[in-house]
Ligand binder design. Structure first.
Ligand SMILES: *Cc1c(COP(=O)(O)O)cnc(C)c1O
Length: 342
């Protein structure tokens, strides 16, 4: 049997319909601005999220780097969560390539950085200090949806203190779909509302949306012009990238609402593991489920699960991520394997 791959939502393969859209894409040299499909994607995502402009980039990491370097000069700093992707999992790119100092702050269990900590971390305008320039948030964070009132308060604080704001919305549409489940409405409207609080937003097409490659950075025209220069500097100018943009457009047309299924599957996994001794499930808000194992359960768990046909990451805390290539039947089988193995 093929293994059920719950390591990440990045493991999805393009569907036949997505491949057909890619094969049929009109292309041109995007470094000359000539790729009609890239241009269409950039207009589409900017319009969807309420921004003037957008830039198609190969990865979420590059998107965030372009954002940080477009917001900050050398010697500026950005305030960011200690466990945020833009601080912890991007190879230190902002510091290495942008001479931008991170000011990481501890996050609470729900992903928020206390407002008082943000306020206290903003440096006075004094030659001793780096210039506090930007607040970077992440949504979803570890599969959790940042509360909208928090986003409003944190971004208002940043604006009041003269800081720009960036959202790493790699899984923004998961946040939007989870919000729609809780409070009704169209996920696209929720995505737009979340985005409306930020000066820039990065979204990944290659996670739950199921495209093979690509992210987009959204912002004002002037901001995107600066980000475009950074993208060139870091080697991210792509040529006939329309074949990739076509996959992203297909994902925006067909794969947003279905994220709700991934969220259902994460809840089914959580319910299926409920009550196992030595196994503590963190109730999932979107497509990422964390499972804490007692020490006797944790030893070799990932290896035993792999041998039994379920792939996941972690040690004492397993991370199980549902996605387009995990069906309801796969989810049931994963529950059986997880119960038998743990
Ligand atoms: C995956 C991810 C990124 C980076 O995307 P890549 O395409 O892997 O570089 C950035 N931020 C968050 C929150 C992510 O989950």
């Amino acid at each position: 049997m093929t293994p059920i791959d719950l390591r990440s939502d990045t493991v999805t393969k393009p569907t036949p319909a997505m491949r057909a859209a890619m094969a049929a894409a009109e292309v041109g040299d995007d470094v000359y601005g000539d790729d009609p499909t890239v241009n269409a994607l950039q207009e589409r995502i900017a319009g969807m999220l309420g921004f003037e402009a957008a830039l198609f980039v190969p990865t979420g990491t590059q998107s965030n780097l372009c954002a940080l370097m477009a917001h900050c000069e050398r010697g500026d700093e950005y305030i960011v969560g200690q466990m945020a992707h833009t601080y912890r999992w991007e190879g230190g790119g902002a510091a290495v390539l942008g001479s931008i100092q991170p000011q990481p702050l501890a996050q609470q269990a729900d992903g928020t950085i206390p407002l008082a900590d943000i306020e206290a971390a903003i440096k006075p305008d004094d030659a001793h200090y780096a210039r506090s320039r930007l607040l970077a948030l992440e949504n979803t964070w570890g599969g959790q949806v940042l509360p909208l009132p928090y986003i409003e308060a944190a971004t208002a604080l940043a604006r009041r203190r003269g800081l720009a704001t960036h959202l790493d919305g790699a899984r923004l549409f998961n946040a939007a779909v989870a919000t729609a489940r809780a409070s009704g409405g169209d996920p696209r409207a929720h995505a737009r509302q979340i985005a409306s609080h930020f000066d820039s937003v990065s979204v990944c097409f290659s996670k739950g949306l199921g495209a093979p490659v690509g992210s987009a950075l959204c912002g004002s025209k002037a901001f995107i012009a600066r980000a475009h220069r950074v993208r060139k500097m870091v080697g991210g100018g792509m040529r006939q990238a329309g074949v990739l943009a076509a996959a992203a457009l297909h994902a925006l047309d067909h794969h947003i609402d279905r994220l709700a299924e991934d969220h259902v599957h994460a809840r089914v996994l959580a319910e299926g593991l409920h009550g196992l001794p030595g196994v503590t499930v963190v109730p999932p808000q979107s497509n990422i489920l964390f499972v804490d194992l007692a020490p006797d359960k944790a030893a070799g768990a990932v290896e035993r699960l792999r041998a039994a046909g379920v792939l996941c990451n972690g040690l004492a805390r397993l991370r199980l991520v549902t996605h387009l290539d995990v069906s309801g039947a796969d989810t049931q089988r994963a529950v059986s394997v997880l119960r038998a193995t743990l």
